[in-house]
Design a protein around this ligand. Sequence first.
Ligand code: PCA
Length: 325
Amino acid sequence: MKRTTALMAATALAALASGAARAETWDMPMAYPATNYHTENGVAFAACVKDATGGAIDIVVHPNGSLFSGSDIKRAVQTGQAPIGERLLSAHANENPMFGVDSIPFLATSFDDSDRLAAAAHDAIVAALDEQNLVYVYSVPWPPQGFYFKKEVNSVEDMKGVKFRAYNAATARIAELAGMVPVQIEAAELSQALATGVAESFISSGSTGVDSKVWESLTHFYDVQAWLPRNTVFVNKDSFAALDDAGRAAIMDCGAKAATEGEAKARELTAGYLKTLADNGMAVSGPSDELKSGLEGFGATMTEEWIASAGDVGKAVIDAYKAGK
Ligand code: PCA
């Protein structure tokens, strides 16, 4: 009895210290498996926020599209159905081209370049999210993107007619340029789509290839390092405004920590993912010169298209990124 009272007093004190009136539980929908580093990093972020607020903000991560499917997460947070969430922003480039800046083929192909591009685009992305009732918290890159097939592919001509799983407008556009047949599928449904033949190829990281055990359906991975898309965590603007100063600071400080730690993890895991693909029997290699130059041709077309759609803001971001290289 005595112990319980002491514990309750301690909890009350912690809540007082954080300046919060009462504890709040925040559901955080995420689209990738619980064991993926993005998700584990989200769970660490939630623990950081809980600790920093003395338990006043308790963020509960829902992985693998279990609360909202990947394609619904952003809208759910915009409309306040969930106060916080994580999404592959480039999947929403149709709403604002700035969301697709990380998926321009061969613009930023390493972690260092991805960081520089994200820094150059930061203010524009924060503003684009703000227009949609969202507050930017942090983003973490995926490893470089390569192609998965169930046959040897030595040129873009070899891609013709293949059923291709797309995850955003850029991946669908590549399919179109290559004469493939694109079908939009979330990562949570990828294994099944490959097993049933709905898709027979895709572009992604080694991370998603391993998560989806793609060696059960496909045979070849080409490490073309086309770009590094990012997952972005954002909060509903009204939910954020309703917090006290300490709560808002906890979210932003823990977000900065999550950005650093999540990317460190991505860098650390990248080579191991490709090794796992090879250990499971896949042929893992770089692209042939012919394939590479075909893809670079698509990249040039898509860079022009992106700059045309993103206007002066987009051009300024690309110029700033290139100037810093
Ligand atoms: N994995 C995610 C997006 C990029 C990546 O590497 C996916 O394939 O859905």
